[in-house]
Design a binder for this molecule. Structure first.
Ligand code: COA
Ligand code: MG
Length: 300
């Protein structure tokens, strides 16, 4: 197992909740999301940073005390190069915390640094070492786009998933928009999404797609999720409770996919020496078996 028990949970939908909003915290809990990301960063005004941190800590402690199930609780701390980051981390590391979302990641070294901080804070809180997972937003800085290779062989044991962002990256490069005139992502952001897929796969964790910002457009979201899943994304970060059900469904295998995956696994089990087989007149070999096993693993 790559991370602690909580970090290893399935993450189809991760719902951002501004941590200084009592109302949204309550709504998020019942949203059906696999995880909430209590946000201390961009969704929180500078003047509310301290309040948000306190509210996140209180919320996490209440969850731990109640022992109730509910979404896994992640916290998006402020970037490591701000004065807030370590105070955020110190305030929220406790039994209710499943993981940290790290914004503005610049390379795998940032993740290693965060992990060292967590080593100490887990010990102080009496948590099992390595229990708190990390999900980096891997493409928010220009530097990160050029250091993605650092994920290879970095031994990031806390990593639970990798996600990406297009908003901060466009600000970082001084773009007027991250979209071309036809509405599709400009090349840099298509590249960012593709690098997220590659970095996650290289690190052996799930890639999670970026935010679909038009949260009133459920049909558009469903279409985007289908395309995203075909490309390999296993879930996505969301910003509104109305997006959760669409995303959970879109990133879950269909009955037909499960059935097909079972038949592929069974075909190889029945032919232990075979490298390639024929199923319904189509050639299947090792990559098909790997994909089938991955589909079935999503059921657990
Ligand atoms: N988490 C939990 N509850 C949320 C929510 C969220 N992300 N977004 C909206 N809600 C709640 C609202 O509070 C409202 O509940 P209420 O009637 O009990 O107050 C209900 O869902 C309907 O909300 P709606 O009126 O449709 O949206 P809004 O105008 O209140 O909020 C946003 C729109 C975009 C400001 C809001 O969705 C939001 O804050 N999203 C997260 C932003 C964020 O964290 N960004 C950082 C990452 S990119
Ligand atoms: Mg941001």
């Amino acid at each position: 197992m790559k991370a602690g028990a909580q970090g290893a949970r399935k993450l189809r939908s991760m719902l951002f909740v501004p941590a200084d909003s009592e109302r949204k915290l309550a709504k998020g809990e019942a949203s059906g999301a696999d995880a909430l990301i209590l946000d201390l960063e961009d969704a929180v005004a500078e003047s509310r940073k301290g309040v948000a941190r306190e509210m996140a800590a209180t919320y996490l402690a209440a969850r731990a005390a109640s022992g109730s199930a509910g979404p896994a609780l992640y916290v998006r701390i402020n970037p490591l190069d701000t004065a807030y980051a370590m105070a955020d981390l110190a305030a929220v590391t406790g039994p209710g915390l499943a993981g940290i979302m790290l914004p503005k990641t610049r390379s795998a070294a940032c993740i290693a640094r965060l992990s060292h901080g967590l080593d100490a804070l887990e010990a102080r809180a009496g948590l099992a070492p390595g229990r708190v997972a990390i999900v980096p937003v891997a493409t928010e800085t220009a530097e990160a786009m050029l250091t993605m290779q650092s994920f290879v062989g970095a031994g990031l044991v806390r990593l639970a998933a990798v996600t990406w962002g297009a908003e901060d990256l466009s600000a970082a490069v001084g773009a007027m928009s991250n979209r071309d005139e036809d509405g599709s992502y400009a090349p840099l952001y298509q590249w960012a999404g593709a690098l997220c897929l590659a970095a996650a796969a290289a690190a052996g964790v799930a890639p999670l797609d970026t935010v679909y910002t038009d949260f009133r457009d459920s049909a558009g979201l469903a279409t985007a999720c289908r395309a995203s899943r075909r490309r390999g994304f296993r879930g996505r970060i969301v910003i509104h409770p109305d997006q959760v059900a669409v995303v959970n469904e879109a990133y879950s295998p269909t009955a037909a996919e499960i059935e097909h995956a079972r038949r592929i696994v069974a075909a190889f089990a029945d032919n232990p020496g075979a490298g390639a087989l024929s199923l319904d007149g189509v050639m299947i070999d090792r990559p098909h078996l790997v994909q089938a096993e991955r589909t079935l693993a999503q059921l657990g």
